[in-house]
Ligand binder design. Structure first.
Ligand SMILES: Cc1cc2nc3c(=O)[nH]c(=O)nc-3n(C[C@H](O)[C@H](O)[C@H](O)COP(=O)(O)OP(=O)(O)OC[C@H]3O[C@@H](n4cnc5c(N)ncnc54)[C@H](O)[C@@H]3O)c2cc1C
Length: 430
């Protein structure tokens, strides 16, 4: 074995030598992660510097590299079907730990590729947890397990509020997108903002409040095809980063869909499903900043290997060594915390179900901590890279912008800290 001596392992073996729990990841998922890494190295990182310029790729005429990224990732590599249960034509069924490992791998290439790339699995989780909805799984199976690119995005955030529509204590009172049952159809009216991949999506999962119903029966997730009559969309927003994840407005004006398009057949289960979805969404969203940190480690390691300070190799300089140690510590802490919480979620018999409040609090803690550690680690690297840190060519400033964006997705940092205060300090009025 290379790098071993009397003291065992002598040298860091690279990206995989942090804390990914290899003993919890199947050989199939390891192979899938290897394939994802090659995909990132060959198809995403070569475009690292130009990605920002392609924020409007869905509005541009003709074929461009972003189309190739989706085709290769979703179809050729097989991500699109990798989360559908095998009995519905997919190759999925992995654990939470394995999901985090795959998200991290793609996020190392680009946060927005991971954000859009994993949006369908997140949407589909609504029809598998707490109970599988066989009707909808069968309906989406040809869509997600075929050779065409198809995405299902999640429309939750609204113009007046994002955090409050997903705050369980507000019991759905802040969801202004309404659904009413008329005969065998839902009629949906409202306005959503921000759904990731809304431009590429063929279906929307829409968080609605059901007219005339009391909590928890008032909360419904209804699947709406993008070409339904009464659906309209805006142009994509221009964000500070995460460019190729498209985000925009969607309006629903008396949109009619069959009543079977509700995610959970038992109305009370839809609330459980939403809670589980937020927990899973926050936890897997913590894998975004972890992947970005790993990329920052690669970029920065290459830099300190080749840069000098005061005539010495940079990584041998006293002041710098302290910062390098801090960065390694931050990656280790982030990775250890993420995979520990993910593993707990894989043992509901011991640690409870994802819709339970402790698990929501733990996933929230994880997303806050990993993204804060990510911000600190990437900012540290940027500082130490001097002027290179501030230019696109230095490949680090994009990572700082992207890490910042990972902090708002699925509710924002303050709501997540509020969940922690509620659980651990018994805060009752907020
Ligand atoms: C790249 C990207 C991708 C996104 N993808 C999606 C998507 O796929 N689907 C989707 O629906 N949305 C998506 N969003 C939107 C995102 O989920 C929201 O921005 C987020 O939930 C916060 O909502 P908001 O922006 O309305 O801010 P606000 O809700 O106004 O929050 C502002 C601050 O107040 C805090 N806060 C809000 N409400 C409460 C409360 N009740 N208690 C305590 N604190 C609170 C928040 O934590 C935050 O820190 C995406 C956003 C980005 C940037």
């Amino acid at each position: 074995m290379t790098g071993t001596n009397l003291f065992g392992s002598e040298k860091c073996q690279g990206l995989d030598d942090f804390l990914r729990p290899e003993h919890l990841i199947s050989s199939e998922t390891k192979m899938f992660c290897e394939t994802l890494r090659k995909f990132v190295d060959n198809e995403v990182l070569p475009h690292e510097e130009e990605l920002d310029d392609f924020w409007d790729w869905t509005e541009r005429k003709g074929h461009n590299f972003v189309h190739d990224i989706w085709k290769k990732l979703l179809i050729d590599v097989g991500l699109q079907k990798s989360f559908m249960p095998p009995e519905f034509g997919g190759t999925g069924g992995g654990t939470t730990v394995e999901s985090c490992a795959t998200v991290e791998e793609v996020a190392r290439g680009d946060f927005s590729v991971a954000c859009s790339g994993f949006i369908s699995p997140w949407s589909i989780a609504a029809i598998t947890i707490p109970k599988p909805n066989e009707f909808l799984l069968k309906k989406f199976s040809p869509l997600l397990c075929g050779d065409e690119i198809n995405m299902i995005c999640s429309a939750i955030t609204e113009p007046h509020a994002g955090g409050s529509v997903e705050d369980y204590r507000l019991k759905g009172s802040q969801i202004r997108t309404k659904a009413r049952l008329e005969g065998n159809e839902w009629v949906v009216n409202g306005h959503k903002l921000w759904p990731s991949a809304y431009r590429e999506a063929k279906w929307f999962r829409v968080l609605c409040a059901v007219e005339g119903e009391e909590f928890p029966r008032n909360i419904a997730q209804i699947f709406v095809p993008v070409d339904a009559e009464g659906v309209a969309t805006s142009k994509p927003y221009r964000k500070m980063g995460a460019s190729i994840d498209t985000n925009g407005d969607i309006w629903f004006d008396n949109v009619r869909v069959p009543k079977e398009n509700r995610a959970q057949e038992v109305p009370e289960d839809d609330f459980k499903s939403v809670m589980a979805n937020i927990t899973i969404g926050r936890l897997t969203s913590a894998a975004f900043p972890l992947g970005v940190m790993k990329r920052a480690y690669e970029v920065f390691k290459n830099y300190v290997d080749n840069r000098e300070i005061a005539g010495m190799p940079m990584k041998e300089h006293g002041v710098i060594v302290h910062e390098l140690g801090q960065m390694a510590r931050e990656i280790l802490t982030a990775e250890g915390f993420l995979y520990y919480i993910a593993d707990r979620l894989d043992h509901p018999d011991l640690y409870g179900f994802p819709w339970e409040l402790k698990n929501l609090a733990l996933a929230s803690a994880c997303q806050v901590s990993v993204s804060d550690l990510g911000w600190s680690a990437v900012n540290r690297a940027l500082d130490m890279m001097g002027s290179y840190g501030y230019s696109r060519e230095g490949k680090i400033e994009k990572l700082l912008r992207d890490i910042k964006i990972t902090q708002i997705v699925v509710g924002g940092q303050l709501l997540r800290l509020t969940e922690l205060a509620r659980y651990y300090f018994g805060t009752e009025t907020i």
